[in-house]
Design a protein around this ligand. Structure first.
Ligand code: SF4
Ligand code: SF4
Length: 187
């Protein structure tokens, strides 16, 4: 039945839709169960979760999808693709949207580099991403320190963020890798 349905498209969307098909992204197979967003480790920081990004695509709202912060916040961890019962491959979709936004010169998320630097700094310090620290570092560096203050208590209350970071075992080894590659120093 899904075969009979088509994504609404505008002139110029064909190349992206063909690329998605080529990569095995199956937008029309999505039945909006939300497992992708529920499992996404950074959904709390996104403006729209992967489920909604897929929905935008189903509705032909490609420009809207390209303008989301979510495609830049996505950590490409592929949890969403692994959890998807329909083989939609939302992680590949996020990646393709990043590439498309780059091609169209729509890198409107001016804080991408800041976010990337904050992410790497967290990994360097703790061996993993500490969600609250990442948001604080990102907001401080982008000169909007209280931007997400209202969200904090809710996310903490739901157990989605932790006040204190936990270090991993083998942190010394990881830091030596960073020192050798200069990771977290503005890359
Ligand atoms: S897990 Fe798959 S089917 Fe469910 S909402 Fe996400 S993309 Fe759609
Ligand atoms: S690949 Fe991106 S959208 Fe999917 S779960 Fe990971 S961070 Fe979330």
């Amino acid at each position: 039945m899904g075969e009979a349905i088509e994504i609404r498209r505008k002139p110029g969307d064909e190349a992206l839709l063909a690329e998605l098909k080529e990569q095995g992204v199956s937008i029309l197979s999505c039945y909006q169960c939300g497992k992708c967003t529920a499992g996404c480790p950074v959904a709390f920081a996104m403006d729209y979760g992967p489920r909604t990004i897929v929905r935008f695509m189903q509705l032909g709202m490609i420009e809207e999808a390209l303008k989301t912060h979510s495609i830049w916040i996505c950590a490409a961890c592929e949890t969403c693709s692994a959890r998807c019962p329909r083989g939609v491959e939302p992680a590949k979709l996020m990646d393709a949207l990043r590439v498309e936004a780059g091609k169209k010169g729509q890198l409107t998320e001016k804080n991408i580099k800041i976010f990337n630097d904050s992410f790497l700094q967290m990994v360097k310090l703790f061996g993993r991403v500490h969600e609250l620290g990442l948001i604080m570092a990102f907001n401080l560096k982008s000169l909007q320190p209280f931007k997400d203050a209202a969200m904090g208590p809710t996310a903490l209350g739901k157990g989605k963020m932790h006040l204190m970071p936990h270090k991993i075992k083998g942190l010394g080894t990881l830091r030596r890798v960073f020192d050798k590659t200069k990771g977290g120093e503005g890359h």
